[in-house]
Design a protein around this ligand. Sequence first.
Ligand code: FMN
Ligand code: SF4
Ligand code: SF4
Length: 298
Amino acid sequence: MKIVICYFSGTGNTQKIADCFVNCMTDSGHDVQSFSIDGLTLQKKLPTELTDAIIKCDLFGIGYPVYAFNAPPIVLAFARKLPHLLKQRKRTFIFNSSGEPLKLNNISSLKLCQYLRIRHFEVTNEYHYCMPYNIMFRHSDEMALKMWQTAQQLIPLDAEEILQGQKHLLERVKFGGIIAGTMRCEQWGGKLNGKLYSVSDNCVKCGKCVKDCPTHNIRITQKGKFRFGGKCLMCMRCAHFCPQNAIRIGLFNSWKVNGPYTFIEPKTEEEQQHYNKLLTKAYEKYFAAAEQRINDDK
Ligand SMILES: Cc1cc2nc3c(=O)[nH]c(=O)nc-3n(C[C@H](O)[C@H](O)[C@H](O)COP(=O)(O)O)c2cc1C
Ligand code: SF4
Ligand code: SF4
């Protein structure tokens, strides 16, 4: 089977999940191609090579991080550029990652599904994985590792389910469309807040943030001043990966999470503490359900 997976990942969590799907499906003998959608929506049309691959594939996958109970605007813009498949019906699966395991996150794909449906992509499977927060607070290394290990055990089962043609859709909450629609104001807020980003004296002008921004929203003037434009997605990539922790994220600076997660066993007591005391029950429920699914399969 020919499979195409497209994804957006601000800070790497969703990319890890996409790579895991690629490996599982390749190991099952399928021909899998994956594409990051970074930068693709800045052009008028998607590259012909990608459009052709999508038209010809038997199964299409799309992945994203949840932003304010929605798919990021770059993912919606990408979906709007997908080809209309006319007579074909393309079997499609969706996967997303989010910092908390709330059921409310299940509404994040509503708008995306609408765009896909219009273009004859038929969403038959959808999966959510809890991964560490890249904004608001830093999960402990222990918790981040546990989330990633759980996802690594679930993805092979989910990939198999998709390949076997078994449907799996997420349960929506009541009034999901209204809630998701209201929360999409975050996208405008993000653009406005993006203009308030600034850089501290710690900056060593390495240029990493400029090079990595998926919307080319950051520029350094000839006088060495930083300019943040109006295309910010609030993806956190610049602030998360800045080696000097020099980027201030406007009004949300106290929520900044700087420095990549290592996803390795924590070595110190302090690293082992789970800083998040919020939603403890929801995380417990998420891990218990995952364990049950993994054990059921044994
Ligand atoms: C602007 C923004 C909004 C977010 N909103 C949510 C949310 O509504 N629910 C949630 O559980 N996590 C939310 N998160 C957390 C991310 O979805 C989570 O950390 C995700 O795994 C990041 O994936 P990435 O590394 O692929 O970008 C948000 C993150 C950002 C940057
Ligand atoms: S990544 Fe950090 S240190 Fe490098 S140019 Fe950007 S703000 Fe400066
Ligand atoms: S400015 Fe930073 S947060 Fe905004 S889109 Fe670019 S990398 Fe992402």
